[in-house]
Design a protein around this ligand. Structure first.
Ligand SMILES: [Zn+2]
Length: 531
């Protein structure tokens, strides 16, 4: 049997831009549109032309995408003709392949918010859809508050959807604007709508206020809808929109959906999913959710020893899908409770060949336990674990030696009489027979130390040019009488590879220094730098 097509509509750049703390520039929007296109998204909603300068600029030239670049805006205002509405005119002028209108579908909102009659709202929907069709655009209509509207007045909500469909809208999108509708309600209501409007013209736009936006999207598909709207990483106002990063692999990998439907995302693009999800967080300058389904760092991580030994025999025993299909990787956590099997599995993953009866395995396990007892957490710091393992197994070259460092923090008045805090770090490094001194200022002691350390590593400098720190986390641990500081540093290189290193000390600078050193040496080892 031929598969049916389910279309994906991304609104990261429009609804996702409503996220608290998110403020996209034009460059951000173009970069994210590129990621969405790489993934194979059918519709990329760019924004609301006319509503702000960024979106107006975005739609001032045509953006060549494989998917349909879509502009969002309101239907004509009540009491005006379509040809005499400046908002609508701006939307029709936008360089877009498709236009997604939003209109009210709840009679209560029509009366109270729009202050117009039910019939005038329907006329506005019809006129706007027709005007955009005449301009040669593909048209979508978002029915705002559709589910709440349907519960209050099913006849009127449905007549809004019908008005758009009959006027020629390609898609009528049922929006759960407040995000409070539950999956069984969505399935029932969408099923009823699909008796009037063919399902291959019906879309779902779910918000995550009961953490069921993904479930609601699937409920709608089960009931007949064939377009899903959502955002990357579930960005969006309040609790966010339906997360396409979770929806896509479910559609691709779960037989109930994979056997029945095709989507625009191919297997190769699916393998880029984790990367794209992390690249978006990177652009937003925020850490990724390590527990995110499919793409999170912990999504395929196992801790207990018994699970680890089973996974080493057959990964399918503890995994619902193969991590590689979504560009993620299996990870066996090395922790206090882990046995030898965890260490062996982790060594195999990082490509260190050791005989399972090698006495050095037992020694490595002892060292891990000792260090975890004083505050190290290797399950959170894969690269530091790898460095520790390589050192214990005797395979890390002596690239360079930091013979001395000095960090100075000074608060004083500057020339303008303002109170400023200035930090300067000086590092002495010995590379081969060369002694080098580097100094750097920073916005804090760790930043200054990092800059000075990476300023000049002589023959190794070329390997660390693309290295950057992407996250820095500090925790104070109370171990009995003494407080120690644990520093975790996340680094990334020019290939987009990421790793985490750790340092622990009573002194925050010392702890940071350990983590920085591990990160640099890890990068040198990874790059195959010769000692
Ligand atoms: Zn929305």
């Amino acid at each position: 049997m031929a598969k049916e097509r389910v279309y994906l509509f991304d609104t990261t750049l429009r609804d996702g831009a409503q996220t608290n703390g998110v403020d996209f520039t034009l460059a951000d929007k173009l970069a994210i549109a590129g990621m969405l296109d790489e993934l194979g998204i059918d519709y990329v909603e760019g924004g609301y032309p006319g509503a702000n300068p960024t979106d107006t600029d975005l739609f001032s030239e045509s953006r060549k995408l494989r998917g349909k670049f879509t502009a969002f805006g309101m239907t004509r205002r009540p009491g005006r003709s379509a040809s005499n509405d400046p908002g609508l005119a701006a939307l029709l002028e936008a360089k877009a392949d498709a236009i997604c209108f939003v209109a009210k579908a709840w009679d209560y909102h029509v009366r109270v918010a729009l202050e117009t009659t039910e019939e005038e709202n329907l006329a506005s929907i019809r006129d706007s859809v027709k005007a955009a069709k005449e301009k040669g655009r593909e048209v979508l209509l978002d029915c705002e508050h559709f589910f709440d509207g349907y519960k209050a007045n099913p006849k009127y909500a449905l007549s809004c959807a019908k008005a758009a469909y009959e006027a020629g809208a390609r898609w009528v999108v049922l929006c759960d604007t407040n995000g409070g509708t539950l999956p069984h309600e969505v399935e029932e209501i969408v099923g009823t709508v699909c008796k009037t409007i063919p399902g291959d013209h019906v879309g779902i736009h779910a918000h995550n206020d009961t953490e069921q936006a993904v479930a609601n999207s699937f409920a709608a598909v089960r009931a007949g809808a064939r377009q899903i709207q959502g955002t990357l990483n579930g960005l969006g106002e309040r609790c966010g929109n339906a997360n396409l990063v979770s929806i896509i692999p479910t559609l691709k990998l779960k037989p109930e959906y994979a056997d029945a439907f095709d989507i625009g995302v191919n297997d190769a693009a699916l393998k880029r999913l984790a990367h794209i999800s992390h690249a978006l967080d990177e652009r937003l300058n925020r850490g990724s959710n390590r527990h995110a389904p499919y793409v999170g760092e912990s999504a395929f991580a196992t801790k207990a020893g018994i699970h680890a030994s089973a996974i080493a025999k057959d990964p399918a025993t503890y995994e619902h899908v193969t991590p590689e299909t979504v560009g993620n990787k299996r990870k066996v956590l090395v922790s206090e409770q882990a046995g030898k099997s965890n260490i062996l599995a982790e060594l195999e993953r990082i490509g260190l060949k050791v005989d399972k009866d090698d006495p050095r395995i037992g020694r490595l396990l002892e060292i891990v336990k000792e260090r975890e007892a004083i505050g190290y957490a290797y399950e959170a710091a894969d690269a530091s674990f790898e460095m520790l393992a390589r050192r214990t197994l005797g395979t890390v070259p002596d690239y360079f030696d930091v013979t001395q460092f000095d960090v100075n923090v000074e608060q004083r008045n500057n020339a303008k009489g303002e109170r400023v805090t200035v930090t300067l770090a000086v590092v002495k490094v010995k590379v081969g027979d060369d002694n080098m001194i580097s100094a750097a200022e920073g916005n804090g002691p760790v930043n200054a130390l990092d800059r000075a350390l990476r300023k000049d590593l002589g023959q190794y400098q070329k390997y660390i040019e693309g290295l950057k720190l992407t996250d820095y986390r500090v925790r104070i641990l109370n171990s009995g009488t003494e407080a120690v500081t644990r520093v975790l540093i996340e680094s990334e290189d020019e290939n987009g590879d990421r790793w985490t290193t750790i340092g622990v000390s009573a002194n925050i600078i010392d702890a940071s220094f350990q983590a920085l050193m591990d990160s640099i040496i890890y990068k040198l080892v990874k790059s195959g730098a010769a000692a």
